[in-house]
Design a protein around this ligand. Structure first.
Ligand SMILES: Cc1ncc(COP(=O)(O)O)c(C=O)c1O
Length: 387
């Protein structure tokens, strides 16, 4: 058995990130400043987006993006139950109502063909999530949205580097929100980016992310700046710091290598675990994409085992293999169940997945030996608890 605990995720921080961070700390300016400006421009160029707003997290990014799209009390936003709860929480923070469309069990993404049935006169946006880095089917979503006059906000928290039909997520005529949380494909510690094709959304999100102030402090306190500012609307404190951007500048340069390595490791799992009873391996969507492999999430086939998914995870932990749970379907949390009367079986596909999904160790820096340890432990647990 493996001697040291293997986490399911670990950021890959190189010497360049460390040197840049030290440079920032010594520079006399550590909060929002020139490095955030550079990182934002480089990230927008990478994804091919027109406008970008750096934020302290994707959660903050979703919040300001929804508000910038004009979403407010009583409005409806169509989204998926299979997501991190930030997607729904931010809709509720705007006073709006999340309307859920179930997922495809195989791809874990929203069923685009079911969306139109849920559109009402109150619908203001469709909010797909590119689950674990495999893009949702954007073409039909964009078509429905333009025909019905609603916005598309992509939760691209998992999708840094993902491509849909040959184009990077972030370059479509929508607004997208990326996450740089430490478990994601690249990290700034915490952090996020709103990328939009709409100048008005850009301007409003830019104001909202920093108190509604029309000039940020590093511009005000620079030699040529003026200390005065106006507050056009009551905004939030969601700005990204130069400390974060220092990491992001170098993570972005290393991203392609991270993506290639994640894909290689995902294929290794696919090959090693193919046909192993007790596990349903991740499926690919039928349209052309680049999967960013933020996570490798098989389903534990609990109908063929004597244990459930949580026990499966505990058994792996006992063998020093860490796993993650991404995620419990959002409609099953008590707040949402109580407020909207949602029962687990109202979204049967998401419920099925939510009971079975598990994230296996996957990160650049995971060695083949580490992965072999995880594979051996998985086989061992599945064999021990076969029904
Ligand atoms: C689908 C999804 N949306 C939004 C978020 C929020 O990202 P952040 O942690 O950067 O706020 C996450 C985080 O895991 C996520 O998985």
């Amino acid at each position: 058995m493996r001697k040291e605990f293997l986490p399911f995720a670990r950021p890959s921080i190189g010497e360049e990130e460390i040197a840049e961070l030290i440079d920032t700390l010594k520079s006399g300016w550590i909060t929002t400043g020139p490095k955030v400006e550079r990182f934002t421009a480089e990230f927008a160029a990478y994804v091919g987006g027109r406008f970008a707003v750096p934020v302290s997290s994707a959660t903050g990014g979703l919040h300001v993006a929804l508000l910038a799209l004009g979403i407010g009390p009583g409005d409806e936003v169509i989204t998926t139950p299979m997501t991190f709860v930030a997607t729904l929480n931010t809709i509720v923070h705007c006073g709006a109502v999340p309307v859920l469309v179930d997922i495809d069990r195989a791809t874990l993404n929203i069923r685009a063909e079911e969306i139109e049935k849920k559109i009402t006169p109150r619908t203001k946006a469709i909010l797909p999530v590119h689950y674990v880095g495999q893009p949702a089917d954007l073409d039909p979503i964009l078509e429905i949205a333009s025909r019905r006059g609603v916005a598309v906000l992509e939760d691209a928290a998992h999708a840094v580097g993902s491509e849909y039909r040959g184009k990077r997520i972030g370059c479509f005529p929508t607004t997208s929100v990326f996450s740089f949380h430490p478990n994601k494909n690249m990290t700034t510690g915490e952090g996020g980016m709103v990328v939009t094709s709409d100048e008005a959304v850009f301007e409003k999100a830019s104001l909202l992310k920093f108190h509604g102030m029309d000039r940020e402090s590093w511009k005000r306190f620079a030699k040529a700046g003026s200390p005065r500012y106006d507050v056009a609307l009551p905004g939030f404190k969601y700005n990204m710091m130069d400390i974060q951007a220092a990491l992001g500048l170098h993570q972005l340069r290393r991203l392609e290598g991270f993506l290639v390595e994640r894909e290689r490791l995902a294929r290794r799992y696919d090959e090693a675990l193919a046909g192993v009873a007790g596990l349903i391996l991740p499926s690919r969507v039928p349209y052309p994409v680049r999967h960013a492999w933020h996570l490798y999430t098989p389903l534990v086939d609990i109908d063929r085992l004597t244990i459930g998914r949580d026990r499966f995870m505990a058994e792996l932990k006992a063998r020093n293999i860490g796993t993650g749970l991404h995620y419990t379907a959002a409609h099953e949390f008590s707040y949402y169940a109580d407020r909207f009367g949602w029962r687990p079986e109202d979204f049967p596909e998401a419920h099925f997945v939510s009971e079975r999904i598990v994230s296996l160790p996957l990160f650049p820096g995971l060695t083949d030996g580490d992965q072999d340890d995880a594979i051996e432990a998985i086989r061992d647990v599945l064999k021990a608890f076969r029904a």
